[in-house]
Design a protein around this ligand. Structure first.
Ligand code: LLP
Length: 446
């Protein structure tokens, strides 16, 4: 397994993260356990800010909280001086409860409800990223009813659809997100937005995809957005102050994944911005990005305890762990690949190929197919790396399995930032209707 960040194999042959022995973490906090390498998260934040400082551009780096939204993370992001992107009232609530400054929050989403919009307006959040005409009118009306003016960006779909290892140009964008550039929807939105008395249009936003390794897709999007800025000025006279390029920069999950360094992503996507704007006599807008996975992805490791095993001679050996698709749905959802090792036997040579099964009642609940491991025994601790993004945040209670705890580790200390769910948590929202308290005969059941 590739060792990310502060991860290392210590003198006892155990995986160590943030100076903490993974076997001790498993013993102390139980498994499954999400372990987050705090120093690595902070390093990633600083790589973004440093790269932008070097670009000479005005900038904002927002953490896309959908990747990992818990109060301690919001606090860390605030400490690192980043802004925060939320997409629901739940993420917004989490950030506000963590004391995150509302004016540094951006609110995304293709169907914000009236209640969510009102929540954001009341909280005084920095920017709404308006996705569609319905929202444009709704936000203006809600802001007006509260006698406020809110800052907005327009989400545009630039007609560049990026995939993991590949991108393609789509003449007519087929996406549920944003105002379409090609068909003129984005221009119409800009005109309407400029006329709304309770909206202040700062600029535009685009997000072309996630886990992208090549920069060509980003560059194409940037070019189209810059051309759009110029076109809007020609048609309306308005100049945008913000160009938000979204997130989507790839990280290394498994061997063969070849992401760029953060500094190189930033350099590549910002390369033409200054010259294009200044050549056109256009004040260079502030460049915003909103990475999620790049900030937290490789900082996460999930620890599991190995239990049952099943050997099918000539076919495969299943090794089951005490978690699965409930704490990491990505293999089942996206056929995502992960690397893993035995955290308590870091010096042992690999001896067999096994497949790691989760404990859910689903044949598809497989975490890793064909993994090389030493001969595993029940009680061994399996560490799966690069689980920091879209694992805890996408976890479920399927099979009424409790969500694991999350610990931050740093300099040999471990802090629980989310406690393990209890059985009581599972039924906390359940209500048995009053009529069911009655004896069956009284309820009319024979
Ligand atoms: N900004 C917007 C508007 C987004 O929709 C996203 C991700 C991001 C920023 C952050 O993208 P990142 O830097 O993390 O790639 N659940 C999937 C990923 C879906 C991402 C959705 N939007 C996964 O597990 O891979």
């Amino acid at each position: 397994m590739f060792l990310h960040g502060t991860s290392t194999i210590n003198g006892r042959g155990h995986l160590e993260i943030g100076g903490c022995d993974a076997t001790v973490l498993a013993e102390s906090f139980g498994t499954p356990l999400y372990v987050m390498d705090e120093e690595l998260i902070r390093r990633r934040c600083r790589e973004f800010t440093q790269a932008f400082k070097e670009s000479g551009l005005d900038y904002q780096v927002a953490f896309a909280s959908k990747a990992f939204c818990v109060m301690a993370m919001c606090r860390l992001i605030e400490e690192e001086g980043l802004t925060l992107d939320v997409v629901s009232d739940g993420e917004l609530y989490t950030a506000l409860q963590a004391g995150f400054p509302p004016e540094r929050i951006h609110f995304h989403g293709n169907n914000k409800t009236p209640d969510e919009i009102a929540f954001g307006v009341d909280a005084g959040i920095g920017v709404f990223v308006v996705d569609n005409f319905h929202e444009l009118a709704l936000l203006n009306a809600i802001a007006g009813s509260k006698k406020k003016t809110v800052k907005i960006l327009l989400r545009v779909s630039p007609g560049v659809e990026a995939h993991t290892h590949d991108y393609m140009l789509t003449g007519n964008e087929d996406s549920k997100f944003g105002f379409d550039l090609g068909s003129g929807g984005a221009m119409e939105a800009a005109k309407q937005a400029l006329e709304q008395p309770h909206l202040k249009l700062l600029g535009i936003h685009s997000h072309i995809g996630s886990q992208i390794f090549e920069v060509d897709g980003f560059r194409m999007a940037v070019d189209k957005l810059m051309q759009f800025c110029l076109a809007v000025r020609t048609e309306t006279g308005a100049e945008f102050r913000v160009l938000n390029l979204g997130g989507g920069f790839g990280v290394r999950y498994v061997e063969g994944d070849k992401p760029l360094e953060i500094a190189d992503y930033v350099k590549a996507i910002t390369a033409n911005i200054y010259s294009t704007f200044t050549d056109n006599g256009y004040p260079v807008p502030s460049i915003w990005v909103e990475p999620g996975r790049t900030i937290v992805g490789d900082a996460g490791t999930t620890l599991y305890t190995i239990g049952s095993m099943k050997e099918l001679p000539g076919i495969r050996k299943y090794v089951s762990v005490d978690g699965g698709m409930t704490d990491n749905p990505r293999p089942a959802l996206y056929q995502a690949k992960y690397e893993a090792m035995l955290a308590n036997r870091g010096h042992d040579a690999n001896e067999e190929t096994v497949s790691i099964a989760g404990k859910c009642c689903e044949s598809g609940d497989m975490l890793i197919w064909d993994l090389e491991l030493p001969k595993a025994e029940a009680g061994d601790i399996l560490a799966v790396s690069c689980t920091g993004a879209y694992n805890y945040s996408m976890a479920s209670n399927y099979n009424r399995i409790r969500k694991p705890a999350v610990v931050f580790v740093k300099d040999g200390e471990a802090e629980v930032v989310v406690r393990r769910e209890t059985h009581a948590d599972l039924i906390a929202g359940d209500v048995i209707p009053a009529r069911m308290h009655k004896a069956p005969s009284e309820a009319g059941i024979r």
